[in-house]
Ligand binder design. Structure first.
Ligand SMILES: *Cc1c(COP(=O)(O)O)cnc(C)c1O
Length: 496
């Protein structure tokens, strides 16, 4: 810029040129400070309206007991990656083979995320590959189906009301709900309505008739470890791929406190924001190398790598979110620390304590216990619906969600509550704190049961009764819960 200035003004004396340069510099520095005013203002100055809402959400997170089984509080390093300059970059393609320039550092980050993801699960890079680009768990699953199953090919997964995920192919009698059931043919399997346990014999029987291309072993609401070996045997009998979707438990798997699906699976998908405690994102692990040896002794190789990578991009996505990929890298590093193992063990210990406490107060738990991070309460014997129970708990700042229980007549009016411990464990809750939580939950539900007796069957009437006749009881309990909860720190930025 200055050399051009000098060229343009070469008839001037050196003193005149110096004056010109000085005035030009002053002008530029004023422009810079204008930029910092408009583009670099803090959110609290530039958008106070939004800032106030974010601060309220932070307060809600601090004051409440977060027991939604899929939620967690991620760490400061993860949040720092998410809000970094990496958000600015386009990097379509795989690291080393991008469609845009300027990706030398982005490539390093994505390679690091891949390497650490494999290390987190002790995988040999000769046998397993990983794609860290899916935007979240649902797109990761859809990418697998897109890459591995032909259009309208067959898939089997656990039915949603029985604890499976929407993306495993959910449809109702009248409507295809998940895109998985629109673009592929999905056949659900179920749990035994008496025991609440997955009925493996029935999966085999159905699979032999349906001949699926892929079977999903994965759950969003199931309190027992899955029998991946049994899933493998079923898949081998019908020639299907086994895809494990370990979204909820991937933190527990990384810490080695629940059985790993990798030994038996062809493909493993996961979210990274649940028990794993990373950013909101999804990843796909796939096998490489020899899949089987045929009758003539010839090796049949896996072709999952190119199919899955191409399904993610260019099949379904554009530019990967490299800020999230960096956050995956740092979250995977965290899983290797002794603290993470302690945290994961504590999640399970807390869930068991929660289960014991609720059972001792007379609540029914589906499958009679838990081996993981969550449990499912069956409220049918208590005379309160899942929706009302969820509502009264929410009113006293305890967050969890209504859920169908095995044998529920209607998915629209579920009879259960799904309650999990990862988020509270992150805040430092130990068994003795869980005992206090059990008391809070019991108090709220007792109150809810009392209100439900007189308010009539509808949720709106229940809500009305809560506010018109029981607001002082609810407020008193909420204050107690919030006072208790506020003592436990949250990771992240102090204010937001
Ligand atoms: C949460 C979950 C998903 C979907 O993840 P999103 O990030 O919400 O899209 C998929 N499968 C299972 C088993 C899950 O629990």
């Amino acid at each position: 810029m200055f050399s051009r200035l000098i060229f343009k003004y070469n008839n001037f004396s050196s003193g005149q040129i110096r004056t010109l340069i000085t005035s030009q510099r002053a002008k530029m520095s004023k422009e810079c400070s204008d930029i910092s005013k408009t583009l670099n203002a803090n959110l609290w100055d530039s958008d106070p309206e939004l800032w106030e809402i974010i601060k309220k959400e932070k307060k809600r997170q601090l004051r409440g007991l977060e027991m939604i089984a899929s939620e967690n509080f991620t760490t400061l390093p993860v949040l720092q990656c998410l809000s970094s300059c990496l958000s600015n970059k386009y990097s379509e393609g795989m690291p080393g083979q991008r469609y845009y320039g300027g990706n030398q550092f982005i490539d390093q980050i994505e390679f690091l995320a891949q390497k650490r993801s494999l290390e987190a699960y002790n995988l040999n890079p000769e046998e397993w590959g990983v794609n860290v680009q899916p935007y979240s768990g649902s797109p990761a699953n859809f990418a697998v189906y897109t890459g591995v199953v032909e259009p309208h090919g067959r898939i089997m997964g656990l039915d949603l009301p029985d604890g499976g995920h929407l993306t495993h192919g959910f449809f109702t009698q009248t409507k295809k709900i998940s895109a998985t059931s629109m673009f592929f043919e999905s056949m659900p399997y179920r749990v035994n309505p008496e025991t609440g346990l997955i009925d493996y014999d029935k999966i085999l029987e159905t699979a032999k008739l349906f001949r699926p291309k892929l079977i999903i072993a994965g759950v969003t609401c199931y309190s027992r470890a899955l029998d991946y070996k049994r899933f493998r045997q079923i898949c081998d009998e019908v020639g299907a791929y086994l895809m494990a979707d370990m979204a909820h438990i991937s933190g527990l798997v990384a810490a080695g406190v629940t059985p790993s699906p990798f030994e038996y699976s062809d493909i493993v998908t996961t979210t990274t924001h649940k028990s794993l405690r990373g950013p909101r994102a999804g990843i796909i692990f796939f096998r490489k190398g020899v899949r089987s040896v045929n009758g003539k002794g010839e090796k049949i190789l896996y072709d999952l790598e190119s199919r899955i990578n191409q399904a993610v991009f260019p099949g379904l996505q554009g530019g990967p979110h490299e800020n999230a990929i960096a956050a995956i890298a740092t979250a995977m590093k965290q899983t290797k620390s002794p603290d993470f193992v302690t945290y994961a063990k504590q999640i399970v210990a807390n869930a068991k304590r929660l289960c014991d406490g609720l059972q001792s107060k007379g609540y029914k738990i589906v499958t009679g216990g838990t081996e993981v991070h969550m449990l499912l309460m069956d409220l049918r014997p208590k005379g309160i619906s899942g929706a009302k129970a969820e509502y009264i708990l929410e009113e006293v700042s305890i967050a969890c969600n209504k859920n169908t229980v095995p044998g529920d007549k209607s998915a629209l009016n579920p009879s259960g509550l799904r309650i999990g411990t990862p988020a509270l464990t992150t805040r430092g809750f130990k068994e003795e704190n869980i005992d206090d939580v059990v008391n809070f939950i019991d108090c709220a539900l007792q109150l809810g049961i009392e209100i439900a007796k007189t308010s009539g069957p509808k949720l709106v009437d229940f809500k009305k009764a809560v506010h018109e006749h029981f607001s002082s009881e609810v407020t008193a309990l909420r204050n107690e819960v919030e006072k208790y909860s506020e003592q436990f720190p949250l990771p992240g930025y102090p204010e937001y």
